[in-house]
Design a binder for this molecule. Structure first.
Ligand code: PLP
Length: 424
């Protein structure tokens, strides 16, 4: 079994989610049908809605089931933009952080290109935290023209937890709705939709121990949203399409389980995270921790992210994979061609510094033995990756050739299959 350090990409199904999924998969019935099977499926969906809402601090009528975090983000950003602009054509500005997941970033860029949106990318500090001074300035400059604000609750690459309460409070003084992508935060740190004052919040099943392909947009009852997808009028007429009863039941079971265990998991994972950070710092002093420090309370409990000078992140990833350890560079690469992370660049790193990035994300199956295995393998993998990164030196030419050949093979295979290591 590989040692898995990629829980931010997807985490294994939790036991309650697996039980709910298998129980419902053997049953049939469309929750919109009026007969007995339909009513039975509807009851399952409504119980899941109630439980999920309670786990997220929302009312059941505020849960819109969708296919995942990406769809929730698209629906929130496009839907809010369109409805606000329709009500007042001068509201075309979108304020959005510079470190969003592509599900928000690309959606905003699409609105800019095709729908006349004017985008203000909000800067972050060295730790990846939103610069509230710049945000305040952007808000104060013609608030009447702002359609919405979108800032993620926690960053998927460097684990930075954003000051959502302050962000919402500032926007509220102008009555501007705020959306937050809470895909990485929900189930990992305490959060409460009502208490946050957000207009909309995206969450996803497979990041919390539920299945892939299900998620939810939590949407305040008074918030108007233009639908992206049209059809049967399910989910408050905001998101048409037959509801996936088994996935919804499993998603809610995973959410209840994750939130129940949150206090104990938060301290367990934070301790493992801090141990890993401390060991990497002492074994590889030139590696630099990116994102907020472990003692600030502003870093996700399951996130460790370092840049390793002098090597390519994907070479290190590949060498660790060969040693049975699964990690991520945390940033996109298209058809095998690595691009420096937009998050690290926004934090002020140079392209060179951003190149050797590696994210180790911990989750409910991570234990001390996993951390020890990673610590045991990392120095050698880094030394090899660095030799590959310095190809050309006489003494390192052989290692460099091996790594370069292996990396090239992986790149070729991924290019052929159009595979990419996407932002997750
Ligand atoms: N937002 C963030 C912050 C994420 O990390 C992810 C994961 O890839 C997504 C959105 C997309 O979620 P999903 O995979 O459920 O579409």
């Amino acid at each position: 079994m590989p040692v898995y350090f990629d829980h931010a990409a997807t985490t294994p199904l939790s036991e309650p989610a697996l039980a709910a999924l298998t129980q419902q998969l053997s049953r049939s019935g469309n929750p919109s049908s009026l007969h007995g099977s339909g009513r039975r499926a509807r009851a399952v969906v409504e119980e899941a809605r109630e439980n999920l809402a309670a786990a997220a601090g929302a009312h059941r009528s505020e849960v819109i089931f969708v296919s995942g975090g990406t769809e929730a983000d698209n629906l929130a950003v496009k839907g809010l933009y369109w409805s606000r602009r329709e009500a007042d054509p001068q509201r075309k500005r979108i304020l959005v952080s510079a470190v969003e997941h592509p599900a928000v970033q690309d959606t905003v860029e699409w609105l800019e290109k095709h729908e006349g949106a004017e985008v203000s990318w909000l800067p972050v500090d060295d730790d990846g935290l939103l610069r509230l001074d710049a945000y305040r300035e952007a808000l104060d400059e013609d608030p009447e023209s702002i359609a919405l604000v979108s800032v993620m609750w926690a960053n998927n690459e460097v684990g930075a937890i954003q000051p959502i309460a302050e962000i919402v409070a500032l926007a509220a003084s102008y009555g501007i709705p705020v959306h937050s992508d809470a895909v990485q935060a929900f189930g990992s740190i305490p959060l409460d939709f009502h208490a946050s004052g957000l207009a909309a919040m995206s969450i996803s099943g497979h990041k919390i121990g539920g299945p892939v392909g299900v998620g939810a947009l939590l949407l305040g009852r008074a918030i108007k949203l233009t639908p992206v997808q049209h059809g049967g009028g399910q989910e408050r007429d905001v998101r048409s399409g037959t509801l996936d009863t088994p996935s919804i039941a499993a998603f809610a079971a995973a959410a209840v389980d994750a939130v129940d265990k949150l206090p104990e998991e938060l301290s367990r994972l934070s301790a493992l995270r801090d141990l890993l950070i401390e060991r990497i710092n002492s074994l590889i002093p030139e590696a630099v921790l990116r994102g907020p420090g472990p003692n600030t309370g502003k870093r996700l409990p399951g996130n460790v992210h370092f840049t390793f000078p002098g090597c390519e992140g994907d070479s290190l990833l590949f060498l660790l994979d060969m040693a049975g350890i699964e990690t991520s560079t945390g940033s996109a690469c298209t058809a095998g061609v690595p691009r420096p992370s937009h998050v690290l660049l926004a934090m002020g790193l140079s392209e060179d510094e951003a190149r050797g990035a590696q994210r180790f994300s911990l989750g409910h199956t991570t234990g001390l033995a996993d951390v020890e295995a990673l610590i045991a393998a990392l120095p050698a993998a880094y030394a090899q990756a660095r030799q590959a990164g310095m190809a050309g030196h006489e003494s390192t030419i052989q290692t460099a050739a091996t790594v370069a050949k292996a990396t090239a093979l992986v790149k070729k295979a991924s290019a052929e299959a159009s595979l990419t290591e996407e932002k997750v």
